[in-house]
Design a protein around this ligand. Structure first.
Ligand code: ZN
Ligand code: ZN
Length: 356
C-alpha cells in the first residue's frame, strides 16, 4: 500500500446528505489491519440514519457511512495478527471490551464501552485494534461477498431468536416484512415454526410467502392491524411469539396487541429517540405477557450468521436486489425508501449496475 494511494469514501453529512470524498488509503498501525471492501450492503439502519442525519449511538455526522461489509485483508500492521493478506473477512460494526460486567456474562451487545465502526461505503476500511481482536470473522469458502456482508443484520436476528422462547410448538407472528422481518421468516421457518407475516407492502408479503411464511396479512398501519393478525393465527387468538421488525411505535403497538395469553413480544426495531407506546396493564398482568427489547449482536451471533448464510445462500440472496457503485449509495437508499428494493450491494470496485 503506497502512501500516495487514494480512495473514495462516502460520508454522511446530515439528514439526506451524503458526499463522496477522496482520501489517502490509511496504513495499518501495529495490531491493525486494512481491508479492501468487496461488497457493502445497504441496511434499514442506514436508511433511518440517512433520513435522521445521525444515530444516537452508532455515529455522529459528518463521518464515514455504511456498516455492513465483506472484503479481503489488504495489509497487516507491523505487530501482525492472526489475519494474513488475502484472507476473506467480514468485520462486525461494533467491538465490545471483553472485561465489563455485561461482557463477562455473555451480553457483549450491552458492553459498557461498546465501540462502533462505520465507513464500509468506501474502497478500504482501516480496522482498529479492538475490532481486529474481537470483531473480524473469516468468510466461509465460496460464499458470495454481498451475501457475506449480511452477517451483521443476520447476527442481530439470530441474537434476537436466541433470546426468544421458541420451545412452544406452532406459530409466530412477524410484524414488518422489510429485510429484517424476512430474515426472521427464513430462520423461523427453518425451525419448523409457522409464520404469520404482516406488512403494508404487498410485494414484500409476496417475497415472505416465497421464503416460507404460512400466511400473510396486508396491514393498513392503523389500530385494526393487531386484530387482523390475531385473526390469521390458529385459534384466532393471537400468537405465543410476536416479533416486531418495523422500527416505528405503531409497529410496536401492533406487535404488543397481537400476543396470545402467556405470549412473548420481541421488540426488535429501534424507534426514534423519545418514542412512547401505551401498555394495557390489565392485559399484561392477567395474561402474563412478556415484553422484550432486543438490541444488536454478539460475536457468537455473527459467527453463527456466517454459517447460516453459507447454508442458505440462495434464500439470503433474494434479500439483495441490485448492485451499485459507491457513487450511487444515495440512489440505493432512495430506492429502499420507495420499496423498490429490499437492499443493494455496493461494490466499490465496480461501476456497473445490475437488477431492476
Ligand atoms: Zn445493518
Ligand atoms: Zn464490555
Amino acid at each position: 500500500m503506497g502512501a500516495a494511494a487514494t480512495q473514495n469514501v462516502v460520508y454522511l453529512l446530515g439528514a439526506e446528505r451524503v458526499e463522496m470524498r477522496q482520501e489517502p488509503v490509511p496504513d495499518p498501525d501495529s495490531c491493525e489491519i486494512l481491508v479492501k471492501i468487496d461488497a457493502a450492503t445497504t441496511c434499514g439502519t442506514d436508511l433511518k440514519v440517512w433520513r435522521r442525519g445521525g444515530h444516537p449511538r452508532m455515529l455522529d455526522a459528518p463521518c464515514p457511512f455504511g456498516h455492513e461489509m465483506s472484503g479481503v485483508v489488504a495489509a497487516v500492521g507491523s505487530s501482525g495478527t492472526r489475519w494474513r493478506e488475502g484472507d476473506r473477512v467480514t468485520v462486525a460494526n461494533s467491538a465490545s471490551c471483553g472485561r465489563c460486567g455485561p461482557c463477562r456474562t455473555g451480553r457483549e451487545n450491552l458492553c459498557e464501552d461498546l465501540r462502533y465502526l462505520n465507513g464500509t461505503f468506501a474502497e478500504y476500511i482501516l480496522v482498529p485494534r479492538r475490532f481486529v481482536r474481537r470483531s473480524v470473522h473469516a468468510v466461509p469458502e465460496g460464499l458470495d461477498a454481498a451475501v457475506a456482508a449480511l452477517a451483521e443484520p443476520l447476527g442481530c436476528v439470530l441474537h434476537g431468536l436466541n433470546r426468544t422462547p421458541l420451545d412452544r410448538p406452532g406459530e409466530a407472528v412477524v410484524v414488518g416484512a422489510g429485510p429484517i422481518g424476512l430474515m426472521f421468516v427464513i430462520e423461523l421457518c427453518r425451525r419448523g415454526i409457522e409464520v404469520v407475516l404482516g406488512d403494508p407492502v404487498v410485494r414484500r408479503l409476496e417475497i415472505g410467502s416465497q421464503l416460507g411464511a404460512a400466511a400473510v396479512v396486508e396491514l393498513g398501519c392503523n389500530t385494526d392491524d393487531a386484530e387482523r393478525l390475531r385473526a390469521a393465527c390458529v385459534g384466532r387468538r393471537g400468537s405465543p411469539v410476536v416479533i416486531e421488525a418495523t422500527g416505528v411505535p405503531g409497529g410496536w403497538q401492533t406487535a404488543m396487541n397481537t400476543a396470545s395469553t402467556g405470549g412473548t413480544v420481541v421488540l426488535f426495531g429501534g424507534c426514534p429517540e423519545g418514542s412512547r407506546v401505551d401498555l394495557d396493564t390489565h392485559w399484561l398482568h392477567y395474561s402474563e405477557i412478556t415484553v422484550k427489547g432486543i438490541y444488536h449482536h454478539r460475536p457468537a451471533s455473527i459467527a453463527a450468521a456466517l454459517d447460516r448464510l453459507a447454508e442458505s445462500e440462495a434464500a439470503y440472496r433474494q434479500l439483495i436486489n441490485e448492485e451499485r457503485p459507491l457513487a450511487e449509495v444515495e440512489l440505493a437508499l432512495r430506492r429502499m425508501a420507495e420499496h423498490k428494493i429490499l437492499r443493494a450491494a455496493i461494490r466499490p470496485a465496480s461501476d456497473w449496475v445490475e437488477g431492476s
